[in-house]
Design a protein. Structure first.
Length: 384
């Protein structure tokens, strides 16, 4: 087996939802294809993946640095046991890169590394969760707990529309939701929270500030949120301000969730050392698609477990098929679902129906991205 080509395409997201910090109207995602010389049904077997949603496409990093490095490698250096070696591809892509500076480089590398996992699963004619679970010596879960991530800020939408959105998630089979806060005045956001709790129920609503608050504001919000019995309070402040996170966990009895914007093992190590995370309560949201791929993510899980945390409190950021397979394969607590936003990448195809708040990945080979409406057509164009 050999890699014959690697392609990348930036894809714009549909719509313009906003959180407290970012409007996504101009956001893009890098769609990556790793083409092999194995031909089935008249076409080369191709691995496909993307960097996770919420940053931007990394076209320049991939096309100018990473893809040429991989394609110039000796073919046998990228192969292990007859399949592509994701770790070898990643190491090649990162040649001559200094430590640190993880940002967009981490997401670019992730898209490339994850496409290798998709390729290997297709070569074995099995779903990605089976390939991943076997590699890491685990038994995959049949279904994954999911929550609907919504409650974004949209021009012209008020409390009535917010309630209708949340009722729609319940009608689809979701039992828990997440909503955005910090983009409105405290009193207005509390009214929004109360409206969602009225629809979904106490203990089933998480809120996400997307790192908006400084230390004093974060603790002020923690005090205001305490009476609501929320599922969790997500990213109250800058993701690298571990002292801020510790101050919130020291004054807030509810769960705190963070980690989606930590892109390396050293960052996660610092979070568990200095961030005040509480075992059995707080939630880790690191995302393989933002952090060099599955290999680095697995090492992040090893770090939290070495510090006494349970991987069932890991809920990867990014509500899409890739993280659904990872959660099923690695025994995680669950993941989110972008059912109403961030198309064509967010959410799941019709074959992944929600039943009592849980979704089972399909058995199509790989991550099954070719089953996703809107995304399937883009993959066909990229791999033609």
């Amino acid at each position: 087996m050999r890699v014959t080509a690697i392609r990348e395409r930036p894809v714009a997201l549909y719509g313009s939802p906003a959180n407290a910090v970012v409007n996504f109207a101009q956001h893009t995602v890098s769609l990556v294809a790793v083409v092999s010389d194995v031909v089935r049904n008249g076409k080369p077997v191709t691995g496909v993946a993307f960097d996770s949603i919420g940053r931007f496409a990394q076209s320049g990093i991939l096309r100018d640095r990473m893809i040429p490095r991989v394609l110039s490698a000796a073919p046998d250096d990228l192969i292990r046991a007859g399949q592509i070696d994701p770790a070898a591809v990643l190491a090649c892509a990162l040649a001559d890169e200094k430590p640190g500076g993880h940002g967009d480089r981490a997401a670019a590398a992730a898209a490339l590394e994850l496409a290798c996992w998709d390729l290997n699963a297709k070569l074995d004619d099995e779903p990605a969760y089976a390939t991943i679970a076997r590699h890491f010596g685990r038994t995959p879960a049949h279904a994954v707990e999911v929550y609907a991530a919504g409650g974004y800020y949209h021009l012209g939408r008020g409390l009535a529309e917010l309630r209708d959105e949340m009722r729609g998630y319940l009608d689809q089979g979701y039992t828990a939701v997440k909503m955005k806060i910090g983009g409105a005045a405290l009193a207005d956001d509390l009214a929004r929270i109360e409206a969602v709790i009225d629809v979904v129920g106490a203990g089933r609503v998480a809120v996400d500030a997307n790192g908006r608050f400084d230390r004093s504001t974060a603790t002020q919000w923690a005090t205001a949120l305490a009476p609501y019995g929320l599922r969790w309070f997500e990213e109250p402040g800058d993701p690298l301000d571990f002292e801020l996170n510790r101050e919130v966990t020291s004054c807030y009895n509810g769960a705190v969730a963070t980690g989606e914007n930590l892109f390396s093992v050293p960052d996660v190590t610092n979070l568990v050392r200095y961030g005040g995370m509480r075992s059995g309560r707080d939630v880790f949201q690191m995302d393989a698609g933002l952090s060099y791929g599955l290999g680095e993510y697995a090492r992040m899980l090893e770090v939290i477990e070495a510090h006494g945390f349970d991987r069932r409190f890991a809920f990867p950021h990014g509500g899409h098929l890739i993280n659904l397979h990872i959660a099923a394969a690695l025994g995680l607590g669950g993941c989110e679902s972008y059912q109403g936003v961030f198309q064509p990448f967010g959410g799941y195809p019709d074959g992944c129906a929600v039943t009592e708040g849980r979704i089972s990945p399909t058995d199509t080979p790989g991550f099954g991205l070719e089953q996703k409406p809107g995304l399937a057509e883009l993959i066909t164009e990229l791999t033609a």
